[in-house]
Design a protein around this ligand. Structure first.
Ligand code: 13P
Length: 246
């Protein structure tokens, strides 16, 4: 499977700088073998859509509501994202689970809505440091996989250990390999053999050009979800080149 590298810009970037950043990625993307996605904040989607249209770089968002429309002040629905030119959406990021109290059941409902709107869901799972230290990481993450994915899921799962996000710390290669193998098994259990095998499993958490090549070579790591380093097009592209084996 082609590796997938997605940039999660989180709550960063005004329209002009976002368009400029997207332009730099799009210009270099032709020479990169990985599938690339950029996920800006909602307000920059309109500025970036014309920049990425017709290029090899996909446009994604960072959340959506489970309903298509209605009285949900401040929310954005999956059909609205599709209408705005998005092809993917990040769901259940640990920052939304922590700051907005999102549960597995809500993530599952949002994922269903995203699929119904034709968006590729990128569903995030990951353990806290306390859970890892207690030896519960695999159990917690596989539980999130089982509960956050709807029947018939097709899309991407991103394993992001919470303690590795924005900290410069990453799990050992052995820990990443163990977790990705466990997530693969959980996907097969949840979705069946063929559908479970078709899901790409990304690693996220302090991915940088310096560690990307090693992380992306680990079995069952099908790409990366990149936060901080995706705000610099050169870093993001260097990570993508690591994924393509350059
Ligand atoms: P960092 O790459 O900044 O650690 O963020 C990872 C992340 O949360 C991507 O969704």
């Amino acid at each position: 499977m082609t590796p997938l590298i997605a940039g999660n810009w989180k709550m960063n970037g005004l329209r002009a700088e976002s368009a400029e950043r997207a332009q730099r990625v799009a210009r270099a993307a032709a020479g990169v073998a990985a599938e690339l996605w950029l996920c800006p904040p909602f307000t920059a989607i309109g500025a970036i859509e014309p920049v990425l249209r017709g290029t090899r770089v996909g446009l994604g968002a960072q959340d959506c509501h489970a309903r298509g429309n209605g009285a949900h002040t401040g929310d954005i629905s999956a059909p609205m994202l599709a209408d705005a030119g998005c092809g993917a959406v990040i769901l259940g990021h640990s920052e939304r689970r922590a700051e907005h109290g999102e549960t597995d059941a809500q993530v599952r409902a949002k994922t269903e809505a995203a699929m119904a709107a034709g968006l590729m869901p990128i569903v995030c799972v990951g353990e806290s440091e306390a859970e890892r230290l207690a030896g519960h990481a695999v159990h917690v993450v596989c539980g999130q996989v089982a509960a956050s994915l709807p029947d018939g899921f097709s899309g991407v799962v991103a394993y992001e250990p919470i303690w590795a996000i924005g900290t410069g710390r990453t799990p050992t290669e052995a820990d990443v390999a163990e977790m990705h193998a466990a997530v693969r098994a959980a996907l097969r259990d949840r979705l069946g053999e063929a559908a479970g095998n078709a899901v790409r499993i990304l690693y996220g958490g302090s991915v940088k050009p310096e560690n990307a090549r090693v992380l992306l070579r680990i079995p069952e790591v099908g790409g990366a979800l990149v936060g901080g380093a995706s705000l610099d097009p050169d870093s993001f592209l260097a990570i993508a080149e690591g994924a393509s084996g350059k």
